[in-house]
Design a protein around this ligand. Structure first.
Ligand code: NAG
Ligand code: NAG
Length: 305
């Protein structure tokens, strides 16, 4: 039996997202092989003038732009339920929303790469942002991703897996080894395995970009005020001029289900006591490995250390 990171979450949507992402393996599926042109193929039929105009249907935001939500391991999984809530509130159906992750655990966690709304887990990078931009062309891409202090990411990941969460996660395979390893050795394993992923997160978000909105994990998770402030900015980035004030109000309300301060979660993603303890072992990591994480912190604007 594997443990799913959010099994105990009360709300059904969160459960489905979680289990969607951590189902056990079917064959790996290559993303690059069939995803990147998702927009071009979709965009032209949508904008082709109909032969006879019978009825005017107001366009949805995803007829105007393509949307991409991205998360890296331990840097803000809250964005998955937020993303679904936001677009479903605006009337998106299942065929409008695709998802992909790396590695791909099953066909249920990697699907619909041509849908105008996408959610990616552990695969966003500067290069893939550029490819997605090119594929979208004049329709324009709007990317939202959550960024967290890289050192907190590895500390949190060690505590999470050391406590037996997501034992099917292949990033750390054999993940069961992390149950056995103490913080000194375990932190090194986690930091090594997560290095390419955190490097990609850093390179993708270090420079501001007009079509990328960076959610600040620390602000989102610190308080409900911080959560709401970040959500308002995100919604305005995504939809200014495309939704009514009434829709904006509904969408913001819908995001609140992912605020840990409003909805008490019995299965916390983080364990503050463990993290405080494990953080003491960070300075004793091998100097070259620690150097990478310090440079990621510096590039993303976090205090180094
Ligand atoms: C990092 O980005 C590169 C370039 O897009 C990609 O090939 C690689 O799979 C990414 N790795 C991770 C772990 O996200
Ligand atoms: C976190 O929230 C508290 C209020 O709950 C506030 O005083 C503090 O400044 C916030 N810190 C950050 C880093 O946002």
């Amino acid at each position: 039996m594997h443990t799913c990171g959010c099994t105990a979450m009360a709300l059904q949507w969160a459960l489905s997202w979680c289990c969607l992402f951590h189902l056990d393996a079917a064959a790996d599926v290559s993303f690059e092989s069939h995803a990147m042109n998702f927009v071009q193929r979709k965009a032209f039929p949508r904008f082709a003038p109909p032969a006879t105009v019978i009825q005017y249907l107001p366009s949805k935001p995803w007829d105007v732009h393509n949307y991409l939500g991205v998360v890296h391991h331990k840097a803000g999984f809250f964005l998955a339920p937020v993303w679904t809530q936001v677009f479903q509130t605006l009337g998106a159906g299942t065929s409008d929303i695709g998802a992909w992750q790396q590695p791909c655990y099953s066909s249920q966690s990697c699907h619909s790469p041509e849908a105008p709304i996408q959610f990616w887990l552990d695969m966003f990078s500067r290069e893939r942002a550029q490819k997605a931009r090119q594929a979208v062309g004049s329709k324009g891409l709007r990317v939202v991703g959550s960024v967290r202090d890289p050192v907190s990411m590895i500390v949190s990941a060690y505590c999470y897996h050391h406590h037996g969460r997501e034992m099917t996660n292949r990033l750390f395979a054999p993940t069961a080894r992390l149950l056995m390893l103490g913080p000194r050795e375990g932190l090194v394993v986690v930091a090594e395995r997560m290095l390419p992923l955190v490097e990609n997160m850093t390179a993708a978000f270090e420079q501001p970009s007009n079509d990328i909105f960076r959610l600040d994990y620390e602000t989102v998770t610190n308080s409900s005020e911080g959560f709401d402030q970040q959500m308002e900015r995100m919604i305005d980035f995504l939809f200014t001029g495309l939704i009514t004030p009434e829709e904006r109000r509904k969408v913001l309300k819908a995001t609140q289900v992912a605020d840990a301060h409003r909805y008490l979660r019995t299965d916390q993603e983080n364990d503050p006591e463990c993290e405080e303890e494990v953080r003491k072992y960070v300075p004793s990591m091998p100097a070259d490995l620690l150097g990478y994480y310090h440079s990621f912190q510096q590039r993303l604007g976090y205090a180094v250390g």
